[in-house]
Design a protein around this ligand. Structure first.
Ligand code: PEP
Length: 276
């Protein structure tokens, strides 16, 4: 089963509650007969609780969380417990835009991840290198650093905490308790535009080895089966090619998820490919 996840970021139209609800309700209807694709939407916090109440098939997640439940943290996003009380069970952690614009470091990724796992929220953890790092041949080092500093310690603590409970341990090891998104920064449309470049997906020749490094690092650390999405300028034109590679479990979309037609088109492609 392939996954199509839409990150609505700070899109103004989709922060309009009526428009956001119409989008989600219409999509629920269009995908009601689809059984082979998992659809997720990460809306802005401004419409998150209302959308969470409207869905049956679509999974709604937050774009970020704060690691503490309470205190003097002006401007913090919702806590994991807030999400639970709203019925939201998914979250993006470490998206490159939160890293670039809001100071989310590997250490903070780790804290957020612990908070999410403690409350049973499924995190999609975003990692990826930028173009200069890629050109200097540092892709492997960057990915390993992000995994080793930001992700593995949090997973290990969670596993330890529940060391008495083998079913919980298995849950953390299993495919469904967390997923990764490989999102090379140079392919993310928003960053490309800021640099005056045409948004362009990464080449499959670069995506495959990067995903290979991620799988190997997790496997070496006792997580042999993880789901990995690709993100970065995916669109209806390149979705089929990207999704047909078995190493890619799904796509995390930014821009292409803001348009109902293109989002649905890509969900349809994922449904078809999953059936093959
Ligand atoms: C993203 O920001 O997660 C993303 C994949 O963006 P875009 O599809 O717009 O490149």
């Amino acid at each position: 089963m392939k996954i199509i996840a839409g990150n609505w970021k700070f899109n103004k139209e989709l922060r309009n509650l009526e428009k956001a609800i119409n989008f989600v309700e219409a999509l629920e209807e269009k995908i009601s007969g689809f059984n082979n694709v998992e659809v997720k939407i990460f809306p802005h916090d401004s419409v998150l609780p209302q959308l969470a109440k409207k869905v049956e098939k679509i999974k709604i997640g937050a774009q970020d969380i704060h690691w503490e439940e309470d205190g003097s943290f002006t401007g913090a996003p919702f806590s994991a417990k807030d999400l639970i009380s709203m019925g939201v069970k998914e979250v993006l952690i470490g998206h490159s835009e939160t890293r670039a614009y809001f100071g989310v470091t590997d250490e903070k990724v780790s804290l957020k991840l612990k908070a999410a796992l403690n409350d049973g929220i499924i995190p999609t953890i975003c990692i990826g290198e930028d173009i200069e790092e890629k050109e200097r041949g540092e892709t492997e080092g960057v990915l390993r650093r992000q995994i080793e500093k930001g992700i593995l310690p949090a997973l290990a603590i969670y596993r330890e905490q529940f060391s008495e409970n083998s079913s919980l341990q298995n849950e953390v090891k299993s495919k469904s308790s967390f997923m990764l998104a490989y999102e090379p920064l140079y392919a993310i449309a928003g960053f490309a535009k800021l640099r005056g470049l045409e948004p362009k997906s990464a080449q499959i020749g670069d995506i495959k080895p990067a995903i290979g490094i991620i799988r190997k690092t997790f496997s070496e650390n006792g997580y042999p089966e993880i789901k990995i999405l690709y993100g970065g300028s995916s669109n209806p034109e390149n979705a089929r090619e990207l999704l047909s590679h078995p190493c890619i479990d799904g796509l995390l979309l930014g821009t292409a998820s803001w348009n109902f037609g293109s989002f649905f088109e890509m969900i349809k492609v994922a449904e078809e490919i999953s059936l093959i």
